[in-house]
Ligand binder design. Sequence first.
Ligand code: NCD
Length: 320
Amino acid sequence: MRDPGFPHRHLLGIEGLTPLEITHLLDLSDRYVELNRGSDKVARVLDGRTIVNLFFENSTRTRTSFELAAKRLGANVINMQVESSSVAKGETLIDTAVTLNAMHPDALCVRHPDSGAVKLLSEKVNCAVVNAGDGSHEHPTQALLDALTIRRRLGRLNGLLVAICGDVLHSRVARSNFYLLLTMGARVRVIAPRTLIPSQLESLGVEVFTDMNEGLKDADIVMMLRVQNERMRGSFIPSVREYFRFFGLDRAKLAQAKPDALIMHPGPMNRGTEIDSDVADDVQRSAIREQVELGVAVRMAVLEVLSKNNAAYKAAVGQS
Ligand code: NCD
């Protein structure tokens, strides 16, 4: 079948993307992995373009990764520090977006604590918008980098059994991964305490478990999630010790998965809460560092296709 490319102006989520569109982004990302491993890491495809990182939430790896991705494509990058910007003076999300838009950026990479905020913003600007994580809704580039990591290690996504464990309720990473993995033909299980399982997961096609030893059985991939204390209003887990005992990944629980099952975590990790250092740092089994590495390549692919699509769109409608 003909490759449709990626015919969208924004990347707001994985929901609704087709297998071919996802594959197109992953194939392009693969090419950038090779570039990033070489000594001359610059591809000049975004020469003269401006990318703005607008982060309303803390971030280490995602913001740095977007910045590096844009710079390696030759773009100029502005990092908006929200605490020191007019947002701290009460400017609304939309005012901020419209102000930035007036300076003609080519893409905005936006993280916001409210689900839906990034989509709202995309409706008010005329450049590409990339969702770098909105509340507990979606984090599409994370799911793409997770998929790229799996595909490079195991050669495919189709037919794999992926166990996603931990604070699924608050996790945009989990949600984007559900959409992507199911679309690509993987089987997805969720393993979590009842209090951290969103309702109606089964209707998406996800199998739900509350026991790690059962849920991990024969898994090809074990994806651990951070316990997101900052999004919890009230008490969702009894204590860290108890959580680790039942839901923390250690050697004993991992033994239920396939002998060569891959361990993943989007970071930042709470060692000793959801994952034991012994398994997190196992160089044979853990792909956690590779996830960070591949994130830059995925963001380069996304920025490249969206910038091209937006340039074509503006040319077609006669905007500058
Ligand atoms: C994730 C996020 O911010 O959603 N981190 C990341 O982007 N690497 C997961 C998390 O914060 O737990």
